[in-house]
Design a protein around this ligand. Structure first.
Ligand code: ATP
Ligand code: MG
Length: 447
């Protein structure tokens, strides 16, 4: 029989990876909590109309990338390609906005039918925040600061924040007509994709990856010249707040985001280590979306961070600096204790002892092989545990266990002191082991 494979672009996360993901997720949760963001979980499957209305028919996501199908009740359903539309739908459905501004975060898989490559999958994962009902320019800077501080705390470096303003719908309308009439004069130079976008979504042409089109765009009119005075001063206020927070940025007047609902602030955080898929985090203000989905006009801003790309830059940062913060986060889970045991009596005691230590909160790996002590110690060293507990027949007879430092903690090879501890009264031993485990953990969480 042929071995079944996962679908193209759908990726398994194996244990070595999941422990890294968990480290990132748990740090992200801490940050969200500090900023007063509360988690919201919405279904993976929504009515197709939500995304058609929310994201825009003319976008790549809705036009080409959605996983849509008719369910058994003949409703058109779509696996969510992003989180914002679902979060807004849920907030409206449950009247959350009547309770005041909502600072929400979400995480989980998203689905887009794209060409898979490094940093681009068909099922991928995002964590994101949506702040609904917040309007000030300071809140734009604050929501960016949340992403920036989280990435800094992860030890990810070589990141750049690019920011732009897309102005009001009126500003964009004006710009759109100016851009279209200019582009129409150069239509023959545009790539085929951009020619099509000229009719459907001309602003997205600014985002084209085609070299010839990019060259042409050097001389195109800029959105900036179509901005009303209020839009300009709002943008300046956002930049001022970023300056106040010492967050470095580059104003990129060509940055337009792929989804229709953005206005005013739009931003991306990119890494130079990801090749073409450079954007780790993207977001912006979407003051029109809530109304578009049937709510009262409500200002809002948010961002989404791609987990797969974040993991790639995290791993790169770990390789570049093996003793840094990122390196400690990507390290595999290591046990607190490795139990080395040999002989029948010793086995029985090791089994009981291991369970008792686990009940006390320690991560315990017990060697099951009954192989020679030397082999067991090799495995103990490889596990990364700081200490081994050793029980042979002699220890079992005396009702003790021997505590031995392992390679990962020995400063000098000959420095391996051993101590015997009673297994009839485990309290003192547990205290010693917990102490060691806590100091290890605080090293990885406080960096
Ligand atoms: P791109 O231009 O790379 O396609 P996007 O503008 O479509 O990105 P968003 O919709 O803003 O992306 O999603 C936010 C983040 O989610 C991106 O910055 C990226 O990190 C991640 N992301 C988007 N699409 C994918 C994908 N197919 N595979 C992996 N990560 C993705
Ligand atoms: Mg995309």
């Amino acid at each position: 029989m042929t071995q079944l494979q996962s679908l193209r672009g759908m990726v398994d996360l194996l244990p070595e990876q999941t422990c890294r993901w968990q480290a990132v997720e748990s740090l992200a949760r801490q940050h969200f909590q500090r900023w007063g963001c509360r988690e919201i979980r919405t279904p993976l499957l929504e009515v197709t109309e939500l995304f058609a209305r929310g994201i825009g028919e003319a976008t790549d996501v809705v036009g080409k990338e959605m996983y849509s199908f008719q369910d058994r009740g003949d409703r058109s359903c779509t696996l969510r390609p992003e989180g914002t539309a679902s979060v807004v739908r849920a907030a409206l459905q449950h009247g959350l906005l009547a309770q005041g501004a909502q600072r929400l975060w979400y995480g989980g898989p998203m689905f887009r039918y794209e060409r898979p490559q490094a940093g681009r999958q068909r099922q991928f994962h995002q964590i994101g925040v949506e702040w609904l009902g917040v309007t000030s320019a300071a809140s734009d800077a604050e929501v960016i600061a949340l992403a920036w501080d989280l990435l800094a705390d992860l030890g990810v470096d070589r990141l750049a924040l690019e920011i732009n303003t897309l102005g009001t719908p009126d500003d964009r309308q004006l710009y759109r007509s100016r851009l279209v009439s200019w582009l129409e004069q150069h239509e023959n130079v545009l790539d085929a994709d951009s020619q099509q976008r000229l009719r459907t979504n001309p602003l997205r042409i600014l985002d084209s990856k085609n070299a010839q089109t990019r060259e042409l765009l050097q001389d195109a009119p800029m959105l900036e010249q179509s901005l009303a005075a209020d839009s300009r001063s709002r943008h300046q206020a956002v930049l001022q707040a970023l300056d106040d927070l010492s967050i470095p940025y580059v104003v990129n007047p060509r940055l337009v985001r792929g989804l229709d609902y953005y206005g005013h602030t739009a931003f991306e955080i990119t890494s130079d280590q990801l090749g073409a898929q450079a954007t780790v985090c993207g977001g912006g203000r979407y003051n029109g979306l809530i109304q578009q989905l049937g709510g009262a006009p409500t200002p809002a801003i948010g961002w989404a961070l791609g987990m797969e790309r974040l993991l790639l830059v995290l791993e790169a940062a770990a390789t570049a600096n093996p003793s840094g913060r990122a390196a400690s986060l990507v390290q595999a889970d290591v046990p607190d204790v490795y139990v080395v045991n040999r002989g029948e009596q010793a086995h029985r005691q090791a089994l009981i002892l291991s369970r008792q230590l686990r009940s006390a909160g320690l991560a315990v790996q017990r060697d099951e092989s009954d192989s020679a002590f030397g082999k067991q110690f090799k495995r103990a060293d490889r596990s990364g545990a700081p200490v081994a507990l050793v029980i042979g027949e002699e220890e079992a007879d005396r009702g003790v266990v021997r505590l031995k430092a392992l390679k990962s903690t020995l400063s000098e090879p000959g420095d391996d002191q051993q101590e015997d501890w009673s297994i009839n009264d485990l309290g003192p031993l547990i205290a010693v082991l917990q102490n060691g485990a806590n100091s290890e953990r605080s090293e990885t969480t406080q960096g």
